[in-house]
Design a protein around this ligand. Sequence first.
Ligand SMILES: Cc1ncc(COP(=O)(O)O)c(CNc2cc3ccccc3n(O)c2=O)c1O
Length: 428
Amino acid sequence: MLTSPISSVLLPFWLDVSNHANAIRLHCRPVYLTCTAARSRSSSFTWSSGGGTFELTGAALNKALQYAPTNGMPELTKWLSALQKKMHAPSGNESLSHDILITPGSQDGLCKIFEMILNPGDSIVLEEPSYPGTLAGLRPFDLKYISVETDGGGMRVDSLERAMSKWSPADALNPASDIPKLIYLQPSSSNPTGVAIAPERRLPILQIAKKYDMLVIEDDPYYYLNFAKEFPRSFLSLDNDGRVLRLDSFSKVLSSGLRLGFVTGPKPLVDRVALHLQVSSMHCSSLSQTLAFQLLNQWGVDGFLAHARGVADFYRSQCEHMLAAANKHLKGLADWNVPTGGMFLWLKARGIADTFGLISEKALAKQVVLVPGNAFYADDAAPSPFLRASFSSVSPAQMDEPAPAFVARRDSAVTTRGGAGAKLNAFD
Ligand SMILES: Cc1ncc(COP(=O)(O)O)c(CNc2cc3ccccc3n(O)c2=O)c1O
């Protein structure tokens, strides 16, 4: 009997795929009941849980197993449009119509947007540190990176202004200019820093983008994992001249394996991105879209938001445990942000110039999975004293369980607390 406490909290539905019957049953839990799974001797799985059950048969099953329109299954794009209207209603400019493109994860959406906009050698503005998946997607373009500093309030407006002062707005009309075409940013609880762009910085950043006629790529998979109850206004909702392409993801609030993300933005831009999807994977999985729609349609927008709130509360609890463990075991050895949401803790090791060796050898030998800081910078060859920890699926007990050598090292550092001399060779 498999009972997974973590997945039973996060995964809102289970599949019953019985090979002998031409049907797929989707068991949906209202929110957060514990699920157990019994693996029967036959090749099919039966998940028992509370909540409703959907059965896909006949025309619905045929549709779920058939090609679909590139932008997505109409019933799902309609549902998502209602969600976006509720969460990101454009400010005042009702003429600005937003369109939706469902993508196989927001990772694919990012890559299709980069394909659509960028040429080799272009410039791009992005905050540092940044998400490695974006850096990997940008790497083939051999770009000039215009890095903008971040602090506890996210992307710094003064740093962005300084970075752009090299150009004049007129350069945006000169095809030969290397003025950046877009700004890539993560507004909520960024990966890896866990920091959100302060609400009062968002309009000034958008105004700078407008001044130099740049698009804003708002990559926001952690939007619903915001620990505070209210949602700050998104760049999409502040956009009144059609320059924001927003990426949302179901990976953090429904299931990463469904591979469901969606791009929201001005129809002319979304139409161009859709062409790139059309010639690659054609469209996002019809079965994934159908499963998600069956669930979302039962919940409605308010039910989805209640579910997402529960997921955010789960991660906030995980974060509190992680911070308690860091305060207990890492005081004097490292410094860290207090995340506003998401699932990552961004730490700066004291007395270590580069965490790569510590993490890729010693931590791994102790079965501790962390990501070295250099992975989050465009110049990933440069040493970095930072490291990213994730509190998504580790239990509070595991967070609080220091490696034995770490304790010995920490205790010896305490007796020789010379500050600089204390090393975080936790895995010696
Ligand atoms: C800022 C930002 N934008 C887009 C995405 C992509 O999300 P999706 O395609 O909608 O699922 C992500 C997902 N981030 C990660 C994923 C991941 C998957 C396996 C192993 C490790 C992973 N690590 O480390 C990650 O950070 C993200 O953080």
